[in-house]
Design a protein around this ligand. Structure first.
Ligand SMILES: Cc1cc2nc3c(=O)[nH]c(=O)nc-3n(C[C@H](O)[C@H](O)[C@H](O)COP(=O)(O)OP(=O)(O)OC[C@H]3O[C@@H](n4cnc5c(N)ncnc54)[C@H](O)[C@@H]3O)c2cc1C
Length: 455
């Protein structure tokens, strides 16, 4: 029976059930001192803590809820070797010196993630079988071809797929062309976050949950961090609250636009159709503007990322849209039993590039991954640790930039709502131009008809 998950409830059951137990954490009480305080316990904060502790620096992480509670524990799970925009856009944005460095480092982002998973024995469904990007329009296909062209001669990991290979690897006849990116992979993101927290605790990082930071004050060249009645004094502070950023520092919250992303899972599919869908266990997204992810989870559930209301508390996404998309793609599924839906906040920036800031002496922030944060936030944590250790931004992947609040921040959601409607129409028109619905792939009996659909 379908159940929408309350936003406050945190990560979805399907991730939580398969994750390690919560890491050891203690309440913050009284007054304490530490070298570095990290605010926020997602990938950015935990990676920062882990990289600092590896350098012998004392760290405490303050998390308002539990580790992985924010976007990190709700993500679709694709570990992507790209930022939001194309390689050409990255090179243009960062220029001839920094640009190639960013492209290369981001391409190695999944190496960092999967190496941390290996080194700390994190059980999180880690599977580096690659990612498939389907062409949802002629323009989308050209984008994929340009990407393949960029990597040709640089790596053998990027391959263009023709219609026959698409059918074989996707298990659907919907796509005529796609890109297979073998450097990427898939994980249970909540389990990864908890695993990072365990690794940090083992390395001596002090973890505090239910520790919502209320105020940040600079006094006598140190920072005082107020958490209710308790206080932490630190030489350096890293703010790692991303789309969940509160008003801790003037302009930080206004420098990004938080937008919701939604996820849905089905009940486990029957064996006869399960083996037909993404048989090599890549995940699939396509080139449409709105969310389009599909993957099969280890217990045979289908997981889809989808667009829904972009703003507001406790949104009620229309599950029928995702249902229609998935059934069009996989007619062999018959009726689909959707079990749970959830959402989380993604931090968008106006130019679609992440931000690394030194906000004041000894105060740093990294945020704005535009929905590509599993690898990028883990890398950002490494960058933040590098800055805290006194190395300049010559030593980081992302450059340090000054804080720039988004203009007309309060009205941007209204503009985005309008833009989303345009995207929806464009995506639907492109889908029609694909020219056909998928035919059931060979050897796939349909899923036994379900008794319930969400209502
Ligand atoms: C639905 C969805 C799907 C996504 N899919 C993908 C994907 O497939 N691949 C990908 O690469 N990226 C994906 N992303 C993006 C990715 O999840 C994020 O970029 C990444 O998790 C950001 O990590 P973070 O640590 O910076 O922020 P978060 O994980 O959001 O962590 C911020 C933390 O700060 C805490 N906090 C806030 N205020 C305070 C305070 N005052 N005091 C203490 N703590 C505080 C919050 O409780 C939260 O835990 C997705 C995101 C969403 C929402």
């Amino acid at each position: 029976m379908y159940q929408p998950l309350s936003d406050r409830a945190g990560p979805p059951d399907v991730y939580v059930r398969a994750a390690p137990p919560p890491p050891p954490a203690q309440p913050l009480d009284g007054e304490r001192n530490v070298d570095v305080a990290v605010i926020g316990g997602g990938f950015t904060g935990l990676s920062t803590a882990l990289h600092l502790s590896a350098a012998g620096i004392g760290v405490a992480v303050l998390e308002a809820n539990e580790f992985g509670w924010g976007a990190s524990g709700r993500a679709f799970g694709q570990v992507v070797p790209y930022l939001k925009l194309s390689e050409a856009a990255v090179l243009r944005h960062y220029g001839p010196e920094r640009g190639p460095r960013v492209v290369e480092a981001v391409a190695e982002g999944p190496d960092l993630v999967f190496e941390l998973i290996r080194r700390h024995s994190i059980e999180c469904w880690a599977m580096r079988s690659g990612l498939i990007f389907g062409a949802h329009s002629a323009a989308g296909q050209r984008d994929l071809e340009r990407r393949a062209e960029y990597w040709r001669g640089r790596t053998a990991a990027v391959e263009l797929l023709d219609a026959a290979r698409c059918t074989e690897l996707i298990g659907s006849t919907l796509y005529q062309a796609a890109l297979l990116e073998r450097r990427g992979g898939n994980i249970n993101p909540f389990a990864y976050a908890r695993g990072l927290a365990h690794a940090a605790a083992k390395a001596g990082v002090v973890l505090h949950t239910q520790a919502r930071v209320r105020r940040l004050v600079r006094r006598d060249k140190r920072w005082t961090i107020d958490v209710g009645n308790a206080r932490l004094m630190a030489d350096n502070v890293v703010v790692a609250t991303n789309a969940y950023s509160p008003d801790l520092w003037p302009g930080l919250r206004e420098s990004i636009i938080p937008m919701r992303g939604h996820g849905f899972v089905t009940e486990p599919l029957s064996d006869n159709v399960r083996h037909t869908i993404l048989p090599e266990r890549q995940s699939l997204t396509d080139t449409r503007q709105l969310y389009s992810g599909v993957r099969l989870l280890p217990d045979g559930r289908l997981h889809a990322s989808a667009h829904g209301p972009s703003f507001g508390a406790e949104p009620k996404p229309d599950w029928r849209r995702v249902d229609a998309r998935i059934r069009r793609m996989y007619p062999q599924l018959g009726t689909v039993k959707w079990q749970q839906g959830w959402s989380g906040w993604v931090a968008m920036t106006t130019d679609h590039f992440p931000r690394l800031h030194e906000l004041a002496p000894g105060l740093y922030a990294g945020l704005g991954y535009n929905g590509r944060g599993i690898a990028a936030a883990t890398m950002m944590g490494r960058d933040l640790a590098t800055l805290v250790r006194g190395k300049g931004d010559d030593a980081t992947v992302f450059p340090v930039t000054s804080l720039r609040p988004v203009r007309w921040h309060a009205v941007v959601p209204t503009l985005i709502r309008g833009l989303v409607q345009v995207y929806r129409v464009q995506d639907a028109m492109n889908e029609r131009k694909l020219g056909r619905s998928a035919a059931p792939v060979a050897n796939a009996a349909t899923n036994p008809p379900s008794t319930t659909s969400p209502s």
